[in-house]
Each structure stands twice: as C-alpha cells, then as structure tokens.
Design a protein around this ligand. Structure first.
Ligand code: AQP
Length: 327
C-alpha cells in the first residue's frame, strides 16, 4: 500500500501558498494513497509562538483540511504533539544526524539570517521532520520546492539507520508537483509567500473576504509590459499570478495566455480574484461550521489514536534495533 505523510505548520494564518502547495494537492493524493495528514505544531514552536494563537491555528489547520475536502473517514488527521512518538523518534534521529548536514539546510540559513539568537530546535528540526515521515513508513511525501532538501536528508537518515541497525525504515520517495510548488509573494515575486510574513498584502489568506481578495490582487505587483505571458526569468510577478490563476481555475497556463492575449492586466486580475473567491468561499463556510465543533475534536481524537498505533509500532522497532531495553 502506498502511504503518504504530510502537513501544514500552524505558524501563522493559512494563505494561498499553503493552499496551492499543500492543501489542494492533498485532495488528489487522498484518492491514490493511504494518507496521514497532521498538524506539525512541534515544528511551529521552533520560533516564538503566542500560546493562544498556536492553539487556535492548530485547530484552524485541522478544520481547513476537512473544509477543503480531505475525508476523515479515508485519511488519518491528527495533531503532532498528541502523538509523543514524534518527539521520541525525533531525538533518536538527531543522534544519527551530522551537525554539518543540518548546517547546510537553506531553510535554517534563511530563518536564522540577521537574528541575534535562534532556538536550537530551529537547527535540529529536519531530524524531527525525518522522524515524522519515518514513523509512518511513508512510501511517498509531497514536497514543495523548499522541502526537497529536507526530504533528501530524511532519505539519507533512513538509509544510514537501516545500514547501521538493520532494515527498519521505508526510504520515502518525493511526489513532485508541477503546479503551485512555489507560490511567491504578491508584493515581491523573489520571496516565497509565507505565513510568517508580517505584510498582510503579501498574500491572500484563506479567510479573506471576496472584497479583500479583490483588493489584494489589484495591489499585486506586475510589470510594465502589459501582457499576460509566462516567463519566470523576465516576468516573475505576472508568471506567479498566472500560476495562482491556474491553481484556482484548473485552467492550463496556455489557456490563460490565450484568453488574455492583447489585454492588459486589469481584467486578468479581476478574473483571478473571482476564481480565488469562488473556490475559497465554500471552504470558509465549512471551516466556520467545523472549527469549534465537537465533530472536529472527535476526528482529531480518533486520528491521534490511529496515528499512535502506527507510530508506536515503528518506534518500538527502532528502539529495539538500537539496543534499548524494551518490554
Ligand atoms: N508559497 C508556497 N508555495 C508553494 N508551497 C508552499 N508551501 C508553503 N508555502 C508555500 C508548502 O506547504 C507545505 C506546508 O508548509 P508549512 O506551512 O508546513 O511550512 P512552510 O513552507 O515553512 O510555510 P510558510 O508559510 O513559509 O511558514 P513559515 O513562514 O512559518 O515558515 C509545504 O510542503 C510547503 O512547501
């Protein structure tokens, strides 16, 4: 059985970057794979989080999974910190990870740049991410552009562990998506659209109203050429908007180019906002129904039980392989 583990960190308000790069692909993936979709809250706390916000955002991410169409009857949906095996295998994986390997991670370099001090966890979290994946013996992991390096490390660690202690972990393969794997900021197409960007106009949030969506796309930077044409080298801002349009409308890039040939950016941006709102409004409605419901709690409790069962079995194998006393 092909199995997938993936998740979205509750480190800020979910935006259309996470939607295009993770949530939307999850909907297709659930048709083909046995899926574990989790809320990686232990990863969120590698940087400072307000406790009340972390609590709310963790529930939000879980609610968005369901609101977007992930089927809790088919998939296991859970919160990472409710399955203690993650932290425990995370530690064991740290013992297998070289300092130099972690130092090469570009995410660490980007997130620590210009900061006086960062947490040790920000440095070591790729080992925890490896544990997340290996605990479920995931055969496949969907990876956005920025996560490729971490999955490579996970594969190296799984192979290293298997060579040292005997076959224990499945070595996971990436699922590379062609569309939406790197959605850039609306204010700056050289920077990835990120939840932690304080500029609210850099992205469209999943809970934005149609009016806010329209305003944000209207403000999005473009270029002076005035033609809707994909060229990441010379027209990154417009190419980014075209990719977002393709994510929301399901249209191909070629079809979008044809539709707006000879037109400026005005009607393109207006239609883009309509396409995004049309997709997001029903998700928002379902999110509001479920976010504070007993239904969500029941799904997460059930998910934590199922996830623990799978994770504890792998953890036990790994501990026995390493020589820990187990009963
Ligand atoms: N802008 C994006 N374009 C495409 N994919 C994206 N993803 C996130 N942003 C984009 C993908 O979504 C998955 C879950 O990501 P995450 O939220 O767990 O971590 P992240 O990539 O660190 O997200 P942010 O928004 O940038 O969070 P902060 O600012 O807190 O670090 C991943 O597969 C990711 O590639």
């Amino acid at each position: 059985m092909k199995r997938v583990l993936s998740g979205i960190k509750p480190s800020g308000e979910l935006n259309i970057g996470g939607f295009g790069g993770a949530l939307q692909p999850f909907l297709t993936i659930q048709q083909e794979y046995e899926c574990f979709f989790f809320v990686p809250d232990l990863h969120a706390v590698t940087v400072k989080q307000d406790p009340k916000e972390l609590y709310q955002r963790s529930k939000d991410i879980a609610a968005f999974y369901i609101a977007a169409g992930i089927d809790p009857k088919k998939c296991t949906i859970f919160i990472q910190s409710q399955v203690p095996a993650h932290a425990e295998l995370g530690w064991l994986m740290e013992t297998q990870t070289h300092f130099g390997e972690l130092g090469r991670m570009t995410q660490y370099k980007e997130k620590s740049e210009g900061k006086d001090s960062v947490s040790a966890a920000l440095f070591t979290y790729p080992a925890l991410m490896a544990a997340d994946i290996l605990l479920y013996q995931a055969t496949h992991v969907p990876v956005g552009d920025d996560q490729k390096q971490h999955l490579e490390l996970t594969r190296d660690l799984a192979q290293r562990f298997n060579n040292r202690y005997g076959s224990t972990f499945v070595v996971p393969e990436p699922i590379i998506q062609s569309l939406g794997s790197r959605i850039m900021g609306l204010d700056d197409p050289s920077k990835k659209m990120s939840k932690s960007n304080p500029n609210r106009n850099s992205c469209v949030h999943l809970l934005d109203s149609p009016d806010e969506i329209r305003k944000k796309f209207a403000k999005a930077v473009t270029d002076s050429e005035g033609s809707v044409r994909l060229d990441w080298e010379t027209k990154p801002a417009v190419s980014n908007l075209m990719e977002i349009y393709a994510v929301f409308s399901g249209d191909s890039i070629a079809a979008i180019e044809r539709r707006y040939e000879g037109q400026g950016y005005g009607s393109f941006k207006k239609d883009l906002a309509e396409a995004a709102a049309e997709r997001l409004i029903p998700i928002q409605e379902r999110y509001r129904e479920i976010v504070d419901s007993a239904e969500l709690i029941a799904i997460l409790k059930d998910g934590a039980l199922k996830a623990s069962e799978a994770a504890n079995a792998t953890l036990l194998r790994a501990k026995q392989a390493m020589g820990f006393v187990t009963f």
